[in-house]
Design a binder for this molecule. Sequence first.
Ligand code: BES
Ligand code: MN
Ligand code: ZN
Length: 498
Amino acid sequence: MADSRKLGFGPIAAPAGGVLVVFADDGVKLGPKTKRLLGSAADLVARAAKSERFTGKSGSTLDIVAPDGLKATRLIVIGTGKADDRKPSDLVKLGGVVQGRVPSSATEVTVVLELGNGAVKAEGAADMALGASMRAYTFDRYKTKRKDGDEGPSKGRMTLAVADVAAARKAWGVKQAVLEGVVLARDLVNEPPNVLYPVEFARRAAQLRKLGVGVEILDVKAMRKLGMGALLGVGQGSTQESRIAIMRWNGGKKGTPPLAFIGKGVCFDTGGISIKPAANMEDMKGDMAGAACVVGLMHALAGRKAKVNAIGAIGLVENMPDGNAQRPGDIVTSMSGQTIEIINTDAEGRLVLADVVHYVNTRFRPKFMIDLATLTGAIIVALGQDYAGMFANDDKLSEQLTKAGLETGERVWRMPLGPEYDKLIDSKFADMKNTGGRSGGSITAAQFIGRFVGKTPWAHLDIAGTGFASGSSDINRSWGSGWGVRLLDRLVAEEYES
Ligand code: BES
Ligand code: MN
Ligand code: ZN
């Protein structure tokens, strides 16, 4: 990110050179300011559109080199489709599209932030800047050479031309904190598992202290004392010690109960003794995407000095097969006192969450708890990669998350909970077992966590499909998505800040 194109805001005026980007709605409709700025080149756009059959369809582009009547060396017209109500997520995406269409060799880029139906407002301009920056993110710290044809890091400057520069800068100042949170979350997910093991992950979380976040680390001894047999059982086959990191941001009124965000941080999931097949096992370095999101979110909240009290808690373990690893058939005692029969050592995420959820609930008495976990392959079968599975014991929290999801584009789809599913995890030998069989696999996993939640409003987000991407999108070319940071930041900003 360090050497990517610098982003700033400026007034709407014809640039003295470089690449000029403008937008056209359906029917090649240009905004009034855009038309004026293009002058005689507006005609050129109309003619070029006709010969190229460019209609302004969303995502399409018209590229004009050395446009007559303009000082710009290149004019790129990006189609924005229908003008009716654009969600914040549409503008984030559009920012990503712009970044993707501008050649990385361009040093000066001016983007006129006006759509067919008028100038983009400050908040929207910040959303576009966010999308453009997210698209520019790359993770190449382990590459020592560049291959022929690889897009190099984009250099130079991108100026977003807006009606009110000061207002756009102010909105961007806030949104930049969210960007930093997303970048941090992506970095963590993309890091290899030999670098990012539990102790190192905890150290990275502790770096949030620089932003005024209080960070506490629980080591194995402390967890033993608390009786966290479920979490410790998962980590006992690894030479890497388990940790819990607890982050506190106190930006709200003193004494008001905190919001709690809890993340699954399995730094590598081999499956343990119930070992996974070799194909794609390397993806299991991303089995800490829930924890990465929580750290990214805490970074965002602190960075923008959110007026809220929030706790982030992450359970960090490595799930390995070993002479000391836990076995199918073992019975462990969780911090809550409930006993668990291990059926499959690959159903480890719920064991980690059981203890962290119980700990957070009893220690902090939070207003709500939201956990994020790459928990089940079954949720990918059910929802693919475009929605996270959401399970909730509280309709209000569920509705708020659904709404924030639609606005940010990090969408959630509610799945059922109920006693019919709960009984599938009763055990012959202990209070419960850690798997409920193939059918309803994501639901029984959620029911399992639910047994450690008590009466606190709670939502569980199964992000196995959304935490890392199989292909690239308008706003992400890397693997780790940083999914959830924007969703939860928005939930906090809209519903819970004083
Ligand atoms: N980390 C996996 C789930 C996963 C799979 C996340 C693919 C991302 C991509 C989880 O720990 C797991 O192994 N779940 C098992 C549960 C089963 C043993 C009950 C699964 O989904 O197969
Ligand atoms: Mn597993
Ligand atoms: Zn896992």
